[in-house]
Design a protein around this ligand. Structure first.
Ligand code: FE
Length: 354
């Protein structure tokens, strides 16, 4: 089996691999499979989406979907917490057919709360690598985000960097900046460290990070990078699209990305993605939207609008994103972010990571 992590480097191999990866635990659901072959030709059809992904990242896609299929997408955007609470409160009365959010930790949470229904789809299986979808098919990744090391090009040589774990060593004493542990992105990163190293070693690593902090944790990745550029610290851990936004505003910013763990576990990756709600009123049209988002131009747009990586290895990566180079990604299934989230939160608390 081709390691999923090599996909950023060897897209042609990954294309082949994508064809192989169809083996999800599938329960037979004849009724739903039959429905899959139906074409939603009803011009009155619509899909209602609850999205924690911001409007400017989803609206262009919904408009295009309407143009191509005649199916109207109605949506609201809000934080993932309020949207999940709303879905839970509305229960079978919900108008929502689809839930879109970022981070496998959140998607896992929604599935765990019983808010999503499994979808058996050959299209989704063929276009979305196994590692980026729920083993029970209740949610599917639509873009991949890398959480990697960012460093000051003025005070750090890339040769000094190696792994996330290495940022806990004395070499980085007083030089590290981190975003708050309250953010799900860091909870997911720590969840994968626990999966790899176990609790004790991970706690030592996280304690080491905390000991190395140059200053208080930051509320977001952008303020963290601005602190590095301003000389407050030398290295940090961020999602690459935030670096992309900063780079677009200020091409001369003295920061660069580093791809850690290339000799070991690979770069920590996560997804944004979607699932069809348990009480969807338009499950067929919602399924059509989900499958449409997983392929072709829509796939390129979904990742590209936010400078992320397409989840579909057949789809080209945005140009600026390409300029950051290729890397080996962690090949764990991203569901670990949800499965170990509570452990991760408790561990970060014990380690003094605020
Ligand atoms: Fe984000």
């Amino acid at each position: 089996m081709v390691k999923r992590g090599t996909r950023m480097m060897l897209s042609s191999l990954a294309v082949i691999a994508a064809g192989w990866i169809t083996g999800c635990s599938e329960q037979q659901e004849p009724a739903r499979q039959e429905a899959a072959t139906e074409k939603a030709t009803d011009k009155a059809a619509e899909v209602v989406v609850y999205s924690s992904r911001k409007e400017h990242l989803v609206k262009p896609l919904f408009d295009r979907f309407k143009d191509e299929t005649g199916i109207k997408v109605t949506y609201i955007t809000d934080g993932e917490g309020p949207l999940m609470a709303r879905l839970e409160a509305e229960a079978e009365r919900t108008p929502a057919d689809m839930f879109i959010t970022v981070d496998a930790g959140n998607l896992w949470q929604a599935a765990n709360m019983g808010l999503l229904q499994p979808v058996q789809s050959e299209v989704l299986e063929a276009n979305i690598p196994d590692q980026y979808q729920d083993p029970e098919n209740r949610w599917f990744g639509l873009s991949v985000r890398a959480r990697t090391i960012v460093y000051s090009t003025e005070r750090v040589q890339p040769e000094q960097l190696s792994t996330y774990e290495n940022l806990s060593t004395e070499e980085w004493d007083g030089r590290l900046c981190l975003r708050t542990s309250k953010k799900v992105y860091n909870q997911s990163l720590v969840a994968t460290l626990i999966e790899r190293h176990g609790e004790q070693r991970t706690e030592d690593i996280v304690k080491g990070w905390v000991d190395n902090l140059a200053t208080d944790v930051f509320p977001n990745d952008t303020s963290l990078m601005e602190a590095i550029a301003a000389g407050q610290c030398d290295v940090g851990i961020v999602n690459t699209y935030y670096f992309g936004r900063l780079q677009k505003e200020n091409p001369d910013i003295p920061l660069a990305l580093f791809w850690p763990n290339q000799q070991s576990s690979g770069v920590h990756v996560n997804i944004s993605g979607a699932g069809i709600t348990r009480h969807a009123k338009h499950p067929q049209a919602a399924r059509q939207l989900l499958e449409w988002l997983a392929q072709g131009e829509a796939q390129a747009m979904f990742g590209g609008l936010n400078m992320e990586y397409p989840v579909n290895p057949d789809v080209a990566v945005d140009e600026l994103v390409q300029s950051w180079g290729t890397f080996k990604a962690d090949d764990l299934n991203v569901e670990v972010a949800g499965r170990r989230q509570v452990e991760a939160i408790k561990l970060m608390d014990r380690a003094g990571y605020r």
